[in-house]
Design a protein around this ligand. Structure first.
Ligand SMILES: [Cu+2]
Length: 304
C-alpha cells in the first residue's frame, strides 16, 4: 500500500475541518525555530541550546506532515468548484508540497549535523540559518495561497452534507438536484437521449468505460466548420462546474474524459434553453478524417 494511503486512513473523518486550524502549528513552530536559531547566535547556550532548536524543528516537521495530509483530505471534500478556484487549490497544494519537502529534509539535515557536531562551527550555522529563511518564504507563500482559498474564493473545507443538516434547513440545491448518469463508450453515449429540466440544478455524472479518450459537448445548429463542436453551445452563458475530467471553455464548454475515469458537471439551465439539442464527441476517429461523432458517438438532449 502507498504510504500516503496509510497516513490518510489514520486521519479521522473530521480532519478536513481542522485543516484551517492546524495550519497555524507549523507556521508558529517554524517561525519560532528560525527566530530562536537567530537569537542563539547572541544568547548564551544556557538560555537557548541547539537541542531546543532541533526539538522545535522536529515538532514543526511532524506538524507539517499532518497538516499536509489533512489538506489533501480537505481538497478531496471540495466538489463543484469553479476552475479558477480549482487552479488556486492546485497552486496552494504545490507550495505546500515544496514546504513539506523543504522542512522535512532541512530538519533531517539539522539532526544529522547535530549528531556529527558540525553545527557548532559558526560559519556552517550561519549558512544553515540563511537556508532556513528560504523555508519561511515557502511557508509564507503556502499560507498566503491557502488563505486566498478561504477569503477570496470562499471555499469551506469539511463535509458539506453534514454541515447542512446541523445548520439551518438544507438548501434547495442539495436536495432538488437532478442527477443524470451518462456513460461514454467506444463509440457511443449510453443512454443516447437525455432529458434535462430548466430552472433546476442538474448534475451529469459522466463515466468513460471505453479504451479511448471521449468528450462531451452539447449544442445545436450543426457542426462547426472546424469539425470540433456544434455551432451553438447549450452551455453558452451558463456557468458549469466540474469535478474531474479536463474542461475547455473556448469557444464553448466541453469536457474530456480519459478511459476509466469519472467526472461530473453541474449547471442550471435557464428557460431560454428549452428545445432539442444534440450531444457529441468530436475527437478524431483513429487516423481517419472522421470524428467519433461521424461514426455514431452522438445523442439527443431534450431540454424542458
Ligand atoms: Cu469519443
Amino acid at each position: 500500500m502507498d504510504l500516503s494511503v496509510i497516513i490518510m486512513s489514520l486521519i479521522p473523518q473530521w480532519a478536513p475541518n481542522v485543516h484551517p486550524l492546524l495550519v497555524h502549528f507549523p507556521i508558529a513552530l517554524f517561525f519560532f525555530a528560525v527566530g530562536m536559531d537567530f537569537l542563539s547566535f547572541f544568547l548564551p547556550e544556557s538560555w537557548w541550546s541547539e537541542r531546543a532548536t532541533l526539538i522545535t524543528y522536529v515538532l514543526g516537521a511532524i506538524s507539517v506532515v499532518v497538516v499536509f495530509f489533512t489538506g489533501q483530505m480537505a481538497a478531496g471534500t471540495l466538489h463543484n468548484i469553479s476552475n479558477v478556484a480549482k487552479h488556486a487549490v492546485e497552486e496552494h497544494a504545490e507550495w505546500a508540497t515544496w514546504t513539506l519537502w523543504f522542512f522535512v529534509i532541512y530538519t533531517l539535515v539539522r539532526l544529522i549535523m547535530s549528531f556529527m557536531k558540525s553545527i557548532q562551527g559558526l560559519k556552517l550555522h550561519i549558512v544553515m540559518f540563511l537556508i532556513s529563511l528560504v523555508g519561511l518564504w515557502l511557508l509564507t507563500e503556502t499560507g498566503d495561497h491557502g488563505g486566498k482559498l478561504v477569503y477570496k474564493y470562499g471555499l469551506n473545507t469539511g463535509h458539506q452534507p453534514k454541515a447542512s443538516t446541523t445548520a439551518m434547513k438544507t438548501s434547495p440545491s442539495a436536495t432538488d438536484t437532478v442527477t443524470i448518469p451518462l456513460t461514454l463508450k467506444d463509440y457511443a453515449y449510453v443512454p443516447d437521449t437525455l432529458k434535462i429540466p430548466t430552472g433546476k440544478p442538474v448534475k451529469i455524472m459522466l463515466k468513460n468505460t471505453g479504451k479511448m479518450i471521449h468528450e462531451f459537448m452539447a449544442g445545436k445548429g450543426g457542426v462547426r466548420s472546424d469539425e470540433h463542436g456544434f455551432k451553438q453551445s447549450l452551455f453558452s452563458k451558463v456557468s458549469v462546474n466540474n469535478s474531474g475530467g479536463m474542461v475547455e471553455t473556448d469557444p464553448s464548454f466541453m469536457i474530456d474524459l480519459k478511459p476509466g475515469n469519472k467526472a461530473s458537471i453541474s449547471f442550471t439551465l435557464p428557460a431560454s434553453k428549452k428545445g432539442t439539442w444534440k450531444m457529441g464527441c468530436f475527437r478524431q476517429y483513429k487516423k481517419t478524417d472522421k470524428t467519433h461523432y461521424d461514426i455514431g458517438m452522438k445523442g439527443v438532449i431534450i431540454v424542458k
